[in-house]
Design a protein around this ligand. Structure first.
Ligand code: ZN
Length: 538
């Protein structure tokens, strides 16, 4: 079955400006077979009239967390709540909507919505006392709970703070409802994980896959894959006779256990999965290593201290990191290293350089995640080594930038999220959202990428507008380059003959209508492998 798509504006995603636009293309089964001028089109079986709309390659979210995103989408959304009263209303409404629920979970609240920035259990108790309430902060570094949740977790005034975390306490020493860092993970999250069933995880996966199709995303890259994620996605694949609605590539999370043998055993597991489990829909392509934390909490590893004089040690020492990187590289696995601070990104590149020395020259496509502040020269070094810069425009949203800037507090702030440096250096730059730490919406991500203004609150002025990218470049990084980041550059991510027919059609043309239209545009249809998986017009 050959289908002609015509009578619209077609952005092909080709890097050269002469080839970036076309009048028509033909899809045969799951593949694009022809692109060109409408009048030159070959014989086809049917025609899809684009009705003047914009068609472009499907988005690939090059760094996300599918299970967590799906779980977050099932919770009360608090990111848009700007006041305590607004948060309380949303909680009250959620309980009223589901009176049988035995727990209430919410996510995404911001400290600046709470009076004096100090949330308390009493503020939640004022609206919900009968069931435990758990509310994850927007950055997932703390959890705010009510009295019923503290009771369920067994946290009292006598509970000591865990290593690396803190139980918030009032002036009388009683737990105040805030759980910071490992206090959130060891208590609130561990309790939640123990109560999570496979059926919950299946629902989470389906919610995430659905949300991506609705957002025009045809490929996702899971950036901390584990046994739970693998099993859940394999079940999703079985439910559809071996297919998924979008293409998923995954990086196996390798934890620093403090023991080389145990670390290398995780690399072995990733290599076995990469060799065994691959289908066009789900495959393990590499490993993920988390080298540091985040700038907002002063846990990213910097070459020079934060404004308050503190600094953070990297999570991996060079001695522990190098054997893992060398072993993964030798097995042909892609290595993705989370490195937000400039010390961490330098360590990541040192380890990769060492692996090249040990394992010799060959084709490689390693990557560094986030690069929020990287030292001058990092982009050039990455280009030389063929390392992908994997960055998240939504993390540069100015509505959440003030704290970031305050933590560094010096001229480093001027080089925050410096995407154009990677373009100029010739490094591959792949865009993503890191959902659920930011909304998964591909078009809102493009709004921040092209304006450096806020998709969360359009009244907040842009920061670093000199780093905003033209729309065609931003789209290229979120489609073509995001696909290339997992080795699929010759298979998908552009509208070109021989590539997979992964297409999205929008009801607005932000090239003509301006960047604000990215925030209101709707996805009319999402086509994956030639099949319309999602259509807003039936
Ligand atoms: Zn992530």
């Amino acid at each position: 079955m050959r289908t002609l798509y015509a009578h619209g504006r077609i952005f092909t995603g080709e890097p050269s400006s002469e080839d970036a636009w076309a009048e028509a293309f033909v899809v045969d089964d799951d593949t694009i077979v022809w692109v060109g001028a409408r009048d030159d089109a070959p014989e086809v079986d049917r025609t899809v009239d684009l009705e003047g709309r914009l068609a472009l390659p499907g988005f690939t979210d090059a760094h996300t967390h599918l299970l967590m995103m799906g779980a977050a989408l099932g919770q009360v959304a608090l990111t848009g709540a700007r006041t305590l009263a607004d948060i309380q209303t949303r909680l009250r409404d959620a309980v009223a909507a589901e009176p049988e629920a035995t727990v209430l979970r919410g996510r995404g609240w911001l400290f600046d919505a709470i009076p004096s920035g100090r949330p308390t259990r009493g503020m939640i108790d004022a609206v919900v006392t009968a069931i435990p309430v758990y509310l994850d902060a927007n950055d997932y570094h703390s959890c705010w709970v009510n009295s019923a949740a503290l009771a369920e977790l067994g946290i009292t005034r006598d509970t000591p703070d865990p290593l690396g975390g803190r139980i918030g306490r009032d002036e009388n020493g009683e737990p105040d409802g805030m759980l910071y860092e490992t206090a959130a993970t060891r208590y609130a999250w561990a309790h939640r994980d123990a109560a999570t069933t496979d059926a919950d995880r299946d629902a989470d996966v389906e919610r995430a896959l659905d949300a991506y199709l609705a957002a025009g995303v045809t490929g996702a890259v899971d950036m901390a894959f584990d046994e739970y994620g693998l099993a859940a996605l394999q079940r999703a694949q079985e439910r559809r006779r071996g297919e998924l609605p979008i293409r998923v590539a995954a990086y196996w999370l390798v934890d620093n256990t403090g023991d080389d043998d145990a670390n290398l055993a995780q690399v072995e597991r990733a290599a076995a999965l990469a060799a065994e489990s691959a289908t066009p829909w789900l495959r393990v392509v590499g490993i993920k290593l988390v080298l540091d934390g985040v700038i907002d909490a002063c846990t990213a590893a910097m070459r020079h201290p934060y404004a308050d004089g503190t600094n953070a040690d990297p999570i991996w020492s060079a001695d522990r990191l190098t054997p893992v990187v060398v072993a993964a590289d030798a097995k042909g696995l892609q290595i993705a290293q989370h490195a937000i601070g400039d010390l961490a990104s330098a360590m990541a590149l040192d380890a990769l350089e060492h692996a090249v020395l040990v394992n010799g020259d060959r084709e490689r496509r390693h990557r560094i995640e986030h690069l929020e502040y990287a030292a001058p020269g990092t982009a050039e070094r990455m280009a030389r080594l063929g390392v992908t810069a994997s960055m998240q425009p939504v993390h540069a949203d100015p509505a959440i930038f003030a704290n970031w800037a305050q933590m560094l507090g010096d001229e480093r702030v001027e080089r925050a999220f410096a995407w154009p440096e990677y373009e100029s250096a010739g490094a591959l730059l792949a865009f993503s959202t890191d959902a659920p730490t930011a909304p998964h919406d591909a078009l809102a991500n493009m709004y921040v990428a092209t304006t450096r203004a806020s998709a969360l609150d359009v009244t907040v002025p842009a920061t670093h507008p000199q780093f905003a990218l033209p729309l065609d470049s931003a789209l290229g990084h979120a489609t073509r380059d995001a696909a290339a980041s997992v080795g699929d550059g010759a298979l998908r991510g552009r509208i070109a003959p021989g590539l997979a027919a992964d297409i999205v059609v929008l009801d607005a043309d932000p090239f003509a209508d301006g960047p604000l239209s990215l925030l209101s545009a709707r996805v009319i249809s999402t086509v994956v492998a030639g099949r319309t998986r999602r259509s807003a017009v039936g």
